[in-house]
Design a protein around this ligand. Structure first.
Ligand code: FMN
Length: 356
């Protein structure tokens, strides 16, 4: 299900709030999203006529069920069972000749309505609920993950990766060879693709296959323009570019999943080679940091399947899994903050950036 169909389905069910009043991308949008715990479609973003922004899409289990085309009233146990069953039947994606994201091009990221989500943030975040696609330089297998990205200007952004994540491994191989790593940033993809990208699957398995399993239909992919990667053809916005070797930049502060401002002084640098978007594009992002926000809701369903990896120690992960499974989101935030304090600086990058 592409993002537009999901939004339509929420609206038909009376679950979508459209905000027609003008809202500023700096602070206001994030504050509204945090205060209103329901799926929101902003239709009037100051300085960005023609752009929409959708958030809080998965902020309740009923919405996650809807994104999977399951009955909204399904029990938690049945929802988890359905996820498990579908993930056991991955489906390889198919290629289509043209991506809808090629309808329009932009010459700068500053023409996208990138929100400054929280007053504690150090800037605007291009990536909070999107998919980062890279290819393993050794095996050639594509990988999808979600990694926060802060805007640095019109043609660059940070990329905050936990050292044990698959993207970090791809980058390490590229950097060792002295080359940049091609990466696509897909904003406004179907929520099944987000769910697969958030889940911790083994290296060298492609999340596109699991996304196809989740939606019970192969994903349709289209080739990027400037790099050798395939991305969801119905993505609203696709930013193509390169993760630069030999460079580290500061990212943050970012008000992260633990509900505190977090910094990563060792973030990677992403430089843009092309930007494409659909006509009347819908930017997708998330106001994380609140207990029970959509990232917590999603992780609480992935945890019983053993698909959450915050890249901390096994003991720490076991506690986090327990808290997620039991929807003890406030305690999860407190526990994670405590971990930040106790483990600094050794976990400064890995644990703290693992689930912004
Ligand atoms: C909303 C959201 C934001 C996330 N942000 C980050 C991040 O900034 N850095 C990070 O290392 N992991 C982050 N994660 C977790 C990774 O996406 C997750 O570990 C995923 O399994 C990584 O996949 P990969 O190892 O296959 O690339 C985030 C997850 C979600 C749902």
């Amino acid at each position: 299900m592409e993002l537009r169909n999901f939004i339509d389905s929420l609206e038909r069910a009376g679950q979508l709030e459209r905000i027609a009043n003008p809202v500023h991308w700096k602070y206001d949008l994030g504050a509204y999203a945090r205060a209103h715990r329901r799926p929101l479609l902003f239709e009037n973003i100051r300085e960005y006529p023609g752009f929409y922004l959708f958030t809080n899409g998965l902020c309740a289990p009923a919405h996650i069920a809807r994104a999977l085309a399951l009955p909204a009233g399904i029990s938690r146990n049945n929802l988890i069972a359905a996820l498990r069953e579908r993930l056991q039947k991955p489906r390889a994606p198919t290629m289509v000749p043209h991506g809808a994201f090629r309808e329009n091009t932009l010459d700068t990221l500053l023409k996208l309505p990138v929100p400054w989500w929280h007053r504690a943030d150090g800037g605007r975040y291009l990536g909070t609920w999107h998919v980062n696609v890279t290819r393993d330089p050794i095996s050639g297998v594509q990988n999808c993950g979600i990694y926060r990205m802060q805007l640095l200007g019109g043609d660059s952004a940070t990329l905050s990766v936990s050292p044990r994540s698959h993207l970090a491994l791809h980058f390490a191989a590229a950097e060792k060879a002295g080359t940049a790593l091609p990466m696509a940033v897909c904003i406004g993809v179907g929520e099944c693709c987000i769910m697969a990208a958030a889940a911790a699957f083994p290296a060298n398995t492609c999340e596109y296959d699991y996304a196809g399993g989740l939606q019970e239909k192969p994903l349709e992919l289209a080739a990027c323009h400037t790099i050798d990667l395939a991305v969801p053809a119905t993505a609203e916005i696709v930013v193509e570019g390169l993760v630069q070797p030999g460079v580290r930049v500061g990212d943050g502060p970012f008000f992260d999943y633990a509900g505190v401002p977090n910094v990563n002084p060792q973030a990677l640098l992403f430089t843009v080679t092309a930007i494409g978007h659909r006509t009347r594009p819908i930017f997708r992002g998330s106001a994380v940091g609140r207990a029970g926000a959509e990232d917590h809701q999603l992780f609480s369903l992935l945890a019983p399947l053993g698909l959450v990896d915050f890249h901390g120690s096994p003991k720490r992960q076991a506690v986090q899994n327990f808290l997620l499974q039991n929807k003890m989101f406030r305690t999860l935030q407190g526990f994670t903050r405590l971990g930040h304090l106790l483990h600094r600086p050794s976990h400064a990058v890995s644990e703290k950036t693992s689930a912004s």
